[in-house]
Design a binder for this molecule. Structure first.
Ligand code: AMP
Length: 125
């Protein structure tokens, strides 16, 4: 069920539980402020999620409220994960769903990284 990204952060969301260790994940990388792990239901041969460790509902919330240090750390980790996986040679797609109408289901900012196969058109309607 898509979420309402204008609501306050829900500390019980599934990615908060991954960050706290309450739920397992297939970890890819970690920095002081960010974390990357494999999507549980991959939509491409490589499908990795990058999230901030801070409590941000969405890209909108993050870019309005996060510190410069958190934003720098996050953006650099998205790029590093892609490079470490050789995605720039294959071509890859980054995606962040923001809010209900964009289909955001988990109310903790995440950037999807897709690669490893031809990715098709940008939007499937
Ligand atoms: P979105 O629709 O942009 O909010 O994407 C949420 C993503 O989180 C989906 O691609 C799910 O497959 C993924 N997901 C949900 N629960 C987990 C989990 N426990 N571990 C890894 N990925 C998850």
């Amino acid at each position: 069920m898509p979420i309402d990204a204008t609501k306050p952060y829900d500390p019980d969301n599934v990615f908060a539980k991954i960050l706290s260790g309450e739920l397992p994940c297939h970890k890819e990388a970690e920095t002081d402020h960010s974390f990357a792990f494999h999507d549980i239901n991959p939509l491409a041969a490589h499908h990795i999620l990058v999230i901030p460790k801070g409590q941000y509902v969405s890209w909108d919330d993050f870019t309005a409220k996060a510190s410069d240090e958190e934003i720098l750390d996050f953006v650099r980790l998205v790029g590093k994960v892609a490079r470490d996986r050789g995605m720039e040679q294959q071509g890859y797609r980054m995606l962040a769903n923001v809010g209900q109408r964009a289909g955001q289901e988990v109310p903790h900012l995440h950037v999807h990284l897709f690669a490893g196969e031809p990715l098709g058109p940008m939007l499937c309607k």
